[in-house]
Structure formats: C-alpha cells, structure tokens
Design a binder for this molecule. Structure first.
Ligand SMILES: NC(=O)c1ccc[n+]([C@@H]2O[C@H](COP(=O)([O-])OP(=O)(O)OC[C@H]3O[C@@H](n4cnc5c(N)ncnc54)[C@H](OP(=O)(O)O)[C@@H]3O)[C@@H](O)[C@H]2O)c1
Length: 273
C-alpha cells in the first residue's frame, strides 16, 4: 500500500485511499495553499462540499498545480438547502462552474434529509447517467437509510461517508456496507484533535516511530477504508500521508478497535427518520 493505492468502487472507478479534507479550511488562499501542499506531497484526492464554501479554491489549486485534473479524485456534496430534484441539478451545475470542472469524481448527498433524500438521489442518478460525475454516494447514512434505498434506488451508492475512528468504530454499519459493496469513507479520522492525547492511544503509539495522528490514519487504512484527514499546515499534511511505511500489528489493531465508546465529534444521524 502506498499513497497512490486505490480501492475499486462498486462501479469499477478507482478511488485513492487517502484524501485531504477541507472542512473548515478557510475559503481563499488558505484552502488553495492546503490543496497545493497536498498535491505536492502526493495526495490525489480532495474532499470538499458546497457548504464548505471552498469549492472554488479547490478548483483554482488544481488548475495551478502541475498535476492533471484527470489524475485527481475530487468529491463534493449537495448541501441540505440544495436538496430536491431540481435544486440538486441546478446547484450541482453551479458547483461545477465554481470549480471550473467538466465533471466531479464523486458526488454525495451530505445528509439524509427525511423529506428530500429520495428526490435528491434521483437527481444524482441522472447526473451519473449523464456522466457529470464518475460515482455517486451518500454521507451520514445509517443502516436504516441505506436499507430504504433498496426500495427506490436504481443505482446503489458507491460510498457512504461517515464519522469513523477507533472511538466510533461503527462495526455494524461497516459490515452492512461490506455486504452491499458500499465503501465507507472515514471522516474526522483525527477526532478533530480531541483524542490525540488519549493515554491509551499514546501507549500504542509508543510501539511505532509514529505520531498519534498517523496511528489513527493507519487504523482506517488497515480496515480497508478510505480516509480524509484535514489540515491546512504543510508539515501536518505531509505527516498525515507518511503512513505507508509501517503497519499496526494485529494485537494493536484489536486494541484500537476496543477503544470504541460511541464518541462523536460531528453530527449524529441516528435519530433522522
Ligand atoms: N460528510 C460529512 O458530514 C463530514 C463531516 C466532517 C468531516 N468531513 C470530511 O472529513 C474531513 C476530516 O474531518 P475534520 O476536518 O472534521 O477532522 P479531522 O481530520 O479529524 O481533524 C482535523 C483537525 O486536526 C488538526 N490536525 C490535522 N493533522 C494533524 C496532526 N498531524 N496532528 C495534530 N493535529 C492535526 C487540524 O488542524 P490544522 O488544519 O490546523 O492542521 C484540524 O483542527 C473534513 O475536512 C471533511 O472533508 C465530512
């Protein structure tokens, strides 16, 4: 496994295992610079969203870099205000325009809005059929939301992007997605920094010449997930990608798995009907 390693989605598209997240990267130079640092460090996967208000900067950075657009995997997500069939189609075009792209690699529904998620999915299917995006998926879907798709989806999602780290080891969801050939993308892999000083994590970190952040990222990779650490700092962007020259032992993987405590740093979709 290395930084160029990919996983094949259920429609045959290859997705790089490691991506740069840009949630809370300030729109403007900060995001643009972070993406450039990441591309320089070898990342080929960027995860943005309409609500991050930095799609434009992601597009600019990619144009400025020496890496070809086709060699970079870009994800964006339809925000809640933009859900519904017509609005999704319209605002997807706006996103494309803002980014200056002909297509998006992966388009996600950001959140399973009860009243609108079905119509929004129909719009994503339309965009996929029209080759405006190479893959479509969902985010923050529980098993229930995915099961419901059996009734209305013509195309099943390629991806479910959810919060996932040792402190929120969503085993049932992972097993369900594996069964259905839906890839889990792990967001907030670093717990937004909240658990980086956890004693149990530090104890495992001691077995390797690696940082707690690198252990958390490697844990996702060894579970065969795609993961999306965010940083705007060059040294951390490099650090977060320096995870391909070691592996966590089976014993330590099991220990990390046991950290699960239903701890969340982001929104919880469990109660969304
Ligand atoms: N679909 C969704 O609903 C959803 C929700 C949340 C996140 N996401 C995606 O997942 C990505 C990652 O999640 P996230 O940004 O919320 O959290 P995260 O990646 O778990 O943590 C990011 C935080 O950790 C810091 N950090 C980064 N690398 C570090 C390192 N090596 N050592 C110490 N601290 C480090 C960052 O600070 P600096 O930037 O200052 O370095 C930032 O404060 C997002 O950017 C977004 O693309 C999706």
């Amino acid at each position: 496994m290395n930084i160029n390693s990919t996983i094949t989605l259920n429609n045959g598209v290859e997705i790089p295992r490691l991506g740069l997240g840009v949630f809370k990267s300030t729109p403007g130079p900060e995001t643009e610079q972070a993406v450039i640092y990441a591309l320089d460090a070898g990342y080929r996967h960027i995860d943005t969203a309409q609500i991050y208000r930095n799609e434009k900067d992601v597009g600019e950075a990619i144009r400025k870099s020496e890496v070809q657009r086709d060699d970079i995997f870009v994800t964006t997500k339809i925000w809640n205000n933009n859900q519904g069939y017509d609005k999704t189609l319209r605002t997807f075009d706006e996103s494309l325009g803002v980014m200056g792209f002909e297509y998006i690699d992966l388009l996600l529904i950001h959140w399973p809005l009860e009243e609108l998620r079905k119509d929004t999915w129909k719009a994503l299917e339309e965009l996929y059929k029209n080759k405006k995006c190479r893959a479509i998926g969902v985010s923050n879907y529980t098993i229930r939301h995915l099961q419901e798709m059996d009734d209305y989806a013509e195309i099943m999602p390629a991806v479910n992007q959810v919060e996932f780290h040792p402190y929120l080891y969503q085993k049932d969801l992972l097993e369900y997605c594996l069964q259905k050939n839906i890839l889990i993308e792990a967001y907030t892999p670093l717990t937004r920094g909240e658990k980086l000083k956890d004693e149990n994590l530090l104890a495992i970190t001691k077995h390797y010449e690696k940082t707690p952040a690198q252990i958390l990222i490697r844990w996702c990779l060894q579970h065969d997930l795609v993961t999306l650490p965010k940083s705007v700092h060059r040294d951390r962007i490099i650090e977060n990608a320096d995870v391909f020259d070691f592996s966590i032992s089976d014993t330590d993987m099991k220990m990390l798995d046991s950290f699960h405590e239903n701890f969340r740093v982001a929104w919880d979709p469990s109660d969304v009907p």
